[in-house]
Write a protein of this length. Structure first.
Ligand SMILES: NC(=O)c1ccc[n+]([C@@H]2O[C@H](COP(=O)([O-])OP(=O)(O)OC[C@H]3O[C@@H](n4cnc5c(N)ncnc54)[C@H](OP(=O)(O)O)[C@@H]3O)[C@@H](O)[C@H]2O)c1
Length: 348
């Protein structure tokens, strides 16, 4: 029985992750969104619940993705474009002619539209709503998908982290997600579409030295749950994607960035904290962070396919867990077992 339970636990993320493209029947005659390629779980067995594997005919449905200058956002924009979506790629650096927007514009596709979008700037967000309303084929049929992907990260123990740092990370990850969602919900409701929020495994389980990031992702989880309940009567689905460690495949951290954060943190530490913890301890923590950042997967496809499934499946999952088995198991233990056990297993 114990083996069966363990096997069931372990097979679930496999079923979610192992998705492949398949060409299904053509769009119904007369549909304006002729469509094509879809995601199908290869591991679903006949006779089992298969609701998660049924897929929508997507066609040229519009989707807005935030944070497309690099990482998941950039890869997702290209992936969904290939699937036939109309992409509105929100880019922080478009106005400056830098970042991913240059490459995405260079595709010269009518379905790849970059938009200047700083999720911390209400005016930028309002301008993006106006721009999209003006350029959607029919604003009354709305926006099919909003992927809140823009994010930043940092690290540092509570005593090492300034209030400015807490606020800076929350401004992008949490308030940015909420601001953008509120602004686009009228368009999403019209389409009976999808909101997909990129959280993190750190939005489910906390970790020492990650409080400035964890609190924002826990916030994204709570916001998404509340929104999901509220949107159900409107037929809008709200999904959360909780990636594990894919830092090696994105620009969230680089060795230079880690060093820059560390130098600034040490310089700004209150004297008493600096003295009590000491430089040796501080350097050890930075080394741990460097090692964590270089230990992740550089293949971001599980994340991209999870987001695509959330946008394309008739019955998408509430939560997606693209992560390796170590982190998946750790997350289950941390979220389901008494803290007295899980803390001892993974933290102390
Ligand atoms: N990589 C991982 O292992 C991992 C794991 C769990 C969750 N996540 C989450 O996944 C999401 C994407 O991150 P990523 O790993 O792909 O990192 P990334 O490569 O750094 O991508 C994040 C993007 O967000 C953009 N951005 C930052 N501040 C913004 C703002 N105010 N407005 C609009 N865009 C802004 C960044 O633009 P600039 O490049 O111009 O700064 C960048 O293009 C984030 O929410 C992150 O927390 C990542």
């Amino acid at each position: 029985m114990a083996t069966l339970l363990a096997a069931t636990r372990l097979s679930r993320p496999l079923a979610q992750l192992a998705v492949k493209s398949a060409r299904l029947k053509d769009a119904a005659a007369g549909r304006r969104w002729p469509l094509p390629e879809v995601c199908v779980s290869v591991l679903s067995q006949p006779g089992r619940r298969t609701y998660g594997t049924d897929v929508e005919e997507i066609g040229e449905r519009p989707v807005l993705i935030t944070g497309c200058d690099s990482g998941f956002g950039y890869a997702l924009a290209k992936y969904l474009h290939e699937k036939g979506f109309i992409i509105y790629a929100g880019c922080l650096l478009k106005d400056q002619g830098r970042g991913g927007s240059k490459d995405l514009d260079a595709m010269k596709s009518d379905r790849m539209r970059t938009v200047q979008l700083n999720v911390c700037d209400s005016e930028d967000v309002a301008r993006a709503v106006d721009h999209m309303t003006a350029t959607l084929k029919n604003p009354e049929t709305g926006l099919w998908g909003l992927v809140n992907n823009a994010g930043i990260s940092t690290f540092g123990e509570v005593e090492f982290t300034s209030m400015d740092t807490y606020k800076e990370v929350a401004e992008v990850n949490l308030w940015g997600t909420i601001r953008t969602t509120k602004a686009f919900l009228p368009l999403i409701r019209r389409a009976k579409g999808r909101v997909v929020n990129i959280s993190s495994m750190m939005g489910r389980m906390a970790n020492p030295a990650r409080s400035p990031y964890c609190i924002t992702k826990f916030g994204v989880e709570a916001f998404s749950d509340c929104l999901r309940y509220e949107m159900r009567p409107h037929d809008v689905k709200v999904c959360i994607v909780e990636p594990g460690n894919f830092i090696a495949g994105t620009s969230l951290y680089s060795p230079d960035r880690i060093q820059a954060i560390a130098d600034k943190m040490w310089d700004e530490l209150p004297e008493i904290v600096r003295r009590d913890y000491g430089r040796k301890y501080f350097d050890e923590q930075i080394a741990k962070m460097e090692s964590y950042c270089s230990s992740g997967s550089s293949d971001t496809s599980p994340v991209i396919e999870s987001i695509a499934h959330a946008l394309m499946s008739i019955s998408p999952y509430t939560r997606y867990h693209p992560m390796d088995y170590y982190w998946w198991l750790r997350m289950q233990v941390m979220t389901h077992m008494p803290a007295a056990i899980s803390d001892r297993l993974y933290i102390y």
